[in-house]
Design a protein around this ligand. Structure first.
Ligand SMILES: [Zn+2]
Length: 154
């Protein structure tokens, strides 16, 4: 049995607590993580549509944790979605995501929003922070999608 069949084709096991931790601006430190099924699981697994760019951003972070490439593609603006996307958490050198903090969520108008966040991860035994301000647009279908992000070096 090779690694490919060991991983299987089905969904990976879902966590009880949501990996996103319910991150939001002004969230109290030490806040209890929401249940996955009541948080990002609604969007990643149950096809509910996030009402805000913040909900979408959290669910995309969670999809990275779970390695759900299909969800990431379906929530990425077609103009900017990369052809090459490898988010398999079991791959060699894949980042291990450790937590999400949201610093800012601004809905600028009906179809544009930004979310500034810090995602922590480990790879190759070293810890990193990804500090990004992401842009989102809402399409005619009412769905928010990720467009791109500006990474701050800090
Ligand atoms: Zn969540």
């Amino acid at each position: 049995m090779n690694a490919e069949t060991a991983r299987g084709t089905g969904k990976t096991i879902r966590p009880a607590d949501c990996p996103c931790g319910g991150a939001a601006p002004n969230q109290k430190s030490g806040a209890k993580a929401p249940r996955y099924a009541q948080c990002c699981g609604r969007f990643v697994d149950d096809a509910a549509v996030p009402a805000t760019a913040l909900e979408l951003m959290r669910s995309r972070y969670t999809a990275y944790v779970l390695g759900d490439e299909a969800y990431l593609r379906s929530t990425w603006a077609s103009e900017t979605c990369p052809a090459d996307l490898d988010v398999d958490p079991a791959a060699v050198g894949a980042p291990r995501w450790l937590g999400l903090a949201v610093k800012r969520h601004e809905q600028r108008d009906d179809t544009h929003a930004i979310v500034e966040f810090v995602a922590r991860y480990k790879t190759g035994g070293r810890a990193f922070r990804l500090h990004e301000t992401s842009r989102f647009t809402r399409g005619d279908d009412g769905r928010w999608r990720y467009v791109d992000g500006e990474v701050s070096s800090d």
